[in-house]
Design a protein. Structure first.
Length: 294
């Protein structure tokens, strides 16, 4: 097939790029084409989201007394977020169409009282979580070019969202994130409720029938002890943790040998394949029309 190549070739293309000047191209080839397996991406996204709702102010906004989209329509809420990410990777943060998608996300966020530091923490989970989970399983699947390109890309998106005081380097962001989590993480009913819905959605997507009960332990395998405690996630059984981490490590080890689609896209995987083509304004939260409530 014309659109299929071997991971080794994509890695060579990445290494010919400049991670500063070509950050979007590096990030897209790395995150979507080379490492964009739908189950792995969904697991990584779910753990990132569980981290975000360990922050009480984030959890409260998302839960909204059980009326938040993440509670009442979890799968679509998660898919729509991935469509936004896919559009950013496809279009960039410095083109007219890319900025229009960023402004659409800003419009959604504008309905809620989001703290600047919470927006910055969301950036941190996007930029740092892939590397953190890879390190947890004992793997290093991302080259230095990929890591720098990913960091530069998400920093550019954050700046286009008008997030301020963005750390100037990957290492500085890592230190800021550790301090933020130590100071801000706390167990709340809102955070626990959203976490349950996130775990349920992951289970519904990937674990058939009797295996569904394993989903909480599998996700918990990729969480640290602090996060598990805050979000009341189960301690994974050693054998299950070993199998889950070994599976991911083996997957990463085969990165350069695996066939991949050059046109693999989060927009297709989490958007058009499930919901068909949609206009930009149809993706994501819309404030309910008060007239419809009467």
């Amino acid at each position: 097939m014309k659109n299929v190549t071997i991971g080794r070739q994509i890695r060579r293309e990445i290494e010919r790029l400049d991670p500063v000047r070509d950050d979007r191209a590096v990030a897209r080839l790395s995150l979507e084409v080379l490492h964009g397996n739908a189950m792995l991406v969904n697991a990584l996204f779910t753990v990132s989201f569980i981290r975000q709702v360990a922050v009480p102010t984030v959890a409260k906004i998302l839960h909204r007394r059980g009326r938040g989209d993440i509670v009442v329509d979890t799968a679509k809420r998660n898919d729509d977020t991935m469509v936004f990410f896919g559009k950013f990777l496809e279009l960039g943060y410095d083109t007219a169409e890319g900025l229009a998608w960023i402004e659409r996300l800003n419009e959604i966020h504008g309905h809620f009282p989001i703290r600047k530091e919470d927006s910055l923490y969301t950036l941190a989970t996007l930029a740092l979580e892939p590397q953190r989970i890879a390190a947890l399983v004992g793997s290093r699947p991302f080259s230095d070019t990929e890591l720098e390109g990913q960091w530069r890309f998400w920093s550019g998106v954050a700046a286009a969202q008008r997030i301020t005081d963005i750390p100037e380097s990957h290492d500085e962001l890592t230190r800021w994130t550790a301090a933020f989590e130590a100071a801000q993480y706390a167990r709340t009913d809102d955070g626990l409720a959203v976490t349950r819905r996130l775990v349920d959605d992951f289970a519904d997507r990937w674990f058939p029938g009797p295996l569904r009960a394993l989903a909480p332990e599998v996700l918990s395998t990729f969480c640290d002890d602090h996060l598990r405690g805050v979000q009341n996630l189960p301690e994974p059984r050693p054998a299950l943790a070993y199998l889950a981490r070994s599976a991911v490590r083996t997957y990463f080890a085969a990165t350069t040998l695996r066939p991949v689609r050059r046109d693999r896209s989060f927009v297709e995987t989490f958007g058009t394949a499930r919901y068909g083509a949609r206009d930009r304004d149809a993706v994501g939260y819309r404030r309910p029309d008060p007239a419809r409530r009467r």
